[in-house]
Each structure stands twice: as C-alpha cells, then as structure tokens.
Design a protein around this ligand. Sequence first.
Ligand SMILES: Nc1ncnc2c1ncn2[C@@H]1O[C@H](COP(=O)(O)OP(=O)(O)O)[C@@H](O)[C@H]1O
Length: 181
Amino acid sequence: MIIVISGTPGVGKTIVSSLLSKRLSMSYLHVSNFVIDRKLYKNYDTVRSSYEIDDELVAKELNAYLKSLKNVVVETVYPSLVDYADKVIVLRRDPRELYKELNKRAWNVNKVIENVEAEILGYVSQEASEWFREVCEINTTNLTPEEVVEKILAEECEKIIDWLADPEIQEFMLSLDKIIN
Ligand SMILES: Nc1ncnc2c1ncn2[C@@H]1O[C@H](COP(=O)(O)OP(=O)(O)O)[C@@H](O)[C@H]1O
C-alpha cells in the first residue's frame, strides 16, 4: 500500500506523515530527503534556498525504490513524481496561517510569498488531481495533527478547496503582491 501525503510546504506533511506511518506501522519516505541522500539534485539554488531536481531521474529512482517497499507513506510537494498510489491526500492550510508558519522559517520574503501564493492558487492540489484519479483534500487549519490523521483514516475528504472564493483571501493575496512588487 502506498499513501501519498502532499501539499505546499508548511501545511503539516511531515508531522502528519510521520504520525500516520506509525499508526499504520508503515514505512515513511520523505522525498526531499531521498533526493538529498541519493544526490539526485542538479544543483543548489542559493537564492531560492532549494535544490533543483531532475524530475525524470528522481521519478525513476523513486518509483523503483517504492516498488521494493510493501507499505509506505510518501511525503512530497510534487505528487506527479509518484507513478502509483493507493491513496493520495493533499493537505491544505488557510493561507494566512501558512504565511505565519513560513515566516518562522529562515526563508527570504519572496520564497515565503511564492509558497503562500501557490497554496492560494492550489498548485499542488491541481498537480495531484491531474496525475491521480482520486484525491482527498483535507483542510488542516484549526485541526491538530492527530485530528488530521483521524480524518485520513476515516476518509473524511472535502471538495477541492478554493481559497480564492473567499474575498478576504483575495485581499490577502493582493497585499502579498504589493510586498513583492
Ligand atoms: N495541524 C497542525 N496544527 C498546528 N501546527 C501544525 C499542524 N501541522 C503542522 N503544524 C506545525 O507546522 C509546522 C510545519 O509542519 P510540517 O509538518 O513541517 O509541514 P510540511 O512538512 O508540510 O512542510 C511545524 O512546526 C508543525 O509542528
């Protein structure tokens, strides 16, 4: 069984994946760590503070490795790297909360805002829906990580979340645009 836990950075993937894997006695694979451990990156972008990856190479190595594991919870920002999954969960978080969360990281302001805007526009959710037939979205805002795990186990999914339907989040996005422009 392969369970993919995806979402924008800061939504709670690591904590939820780790709890879920323990709860189900499954292995846990953090794709970014896999890429770093196996040196599957092309280079490190110091401006963006992130590794640039060769998608095809990572997908090839990752899927070969996943085949060797029976039961695994896979955490990734890029769901399309995974060829096959039994369940795909995309965690979502109120962009205003996510902004506070990402500001705690030692990231430059552009990187924080790019990621918050990616959450507002639903990039990861869109990628997951294009790649997999069925995707379960869970809004983690105001839930504890344990409650998120319970929802995953109970398959309590929401409709695809559209943050931009909320006028306050539209305003928030405009205020972010002003900071970077
Ligand atoms: N449901 C939650 N409620 C409160 N804080 C959370 C929740 N999920 C994650 N966090 C906190 O948010 C931060 C980011 O979580 P993390 O699991 O590292 O996110 P990701 O792996 O998606 O980047 C951590 O400090 C974590 O403790």
